[in-house]
Design a protein around this ligand. Structure first.
Ligand code: C5P
Length: 232
């Protein structure tokens, strides 16, 4: 599977995302559409970006009873996204149902990636709010392993966890890693970051990059720099 840079298109409207994408004349980046844009514009935003020739990671993080997730995944599959995700906390049975729902009559399906513990959850909140008392690293690896057993393609994780996920779940289990920053760039609100080159070295399969590209003075140049460091 090819390494790629996915641009997190965290915009609030179709207008904003199209004016951003219009700057790309020579390449068609893989883009991530999250809840904000999807809930603002609805499924048509996916169809329109797809029609422009971009691959799409639809980041809606499903978590519900297996039957509801299965039916919702069937809808997303018909939207022809390339990658989508769910919360591994929904259990293996929910993840298996998701795969069933995503799989098209011809046997193909979008890639399905699990969120383990959100990076906004720390040991303390996991223990106090969720009553999970294992070390968080162990929980993350356990959830990743569950996702693999349920037949998913990989997990979203910090680039710092990507190596360990590959050790636990195998090299072909995909790691999609946000928290990427250029060596000379702003870290912003991300706490644990890596450069695209470091993410490549540690074995990330896809990096998700938002503001270092979307807020750059020259987004196309910033995207090319990511590709040069991570893919080439
Ligand atoms: O702008 P920035 O590069 O920080 O954007 C990273 C993207 O990855 C955002 O869409 C953010 O919601 C997402 N993300 C993250 N950390 C996670 C999971 C998703 O930053 N653990």
């Amino acid at each position: 599977m090819g390494k790629d840079v996915i641009i997190a298109c965290d915009f609030a409207s179709a207008e904003a995302v199209f004016s951003f994408l219009d700057q790309f004349k020579d390449e068609k980046p893989f883009v991530k559409i999250g809840m904000e844009l999807f809930y603002a514009e609805g499924p048509s935003i996916v169809r329109e970006i797809k029609k422009r020739g971009h691959k799409i990671f639809l980041d809606l993080k499903l978590h519900d009873i297996p039957n509801t997730v299965k039916k919702s995944m069937a809808v997303l599959s018909r939207l022809d996204v390339d990658m989508t995700n769910l919360h591994a906390a929904g259990t293996k049975r929910m993840m298996e149902a998701a795969i069933e729902g995503l799989t098209r009559p011809d046997g193909t399906r979008p890639m399905l990636i699990a969120v383990t513990q959100l990076t906004s959850t720390d040991q303390e909140s996991m223990e106090n709010d969720l009553l999970i008392h294992e070390p968080i690293d162990k929980v993350v690896m356990h959830y990743a392993h569950n996702a693999m057993e349920a037949g998913l393609d990989g997990v979203v994780c910090s680039p710092l966890e990507a190596g360990k996920v590959h050790d636990t779940c195998g090299k072909s289990f995909v790691t999609v890693t946000p928290g990427v920053r250029f060596a000379d760039g702003d870290v912003g609100d991300q706490k644990r970051v890596m450069t695209p080159a470091e993410a490549k070295k540690i074995g990330s399969d896809y990096i998700v990059v938002g503001r270092p590209i979307t807020a750059a003075a020259d987004p196309v140049a910033a995207y090319r720099r990511c590709v040069a460091e991570f893919v080439d």
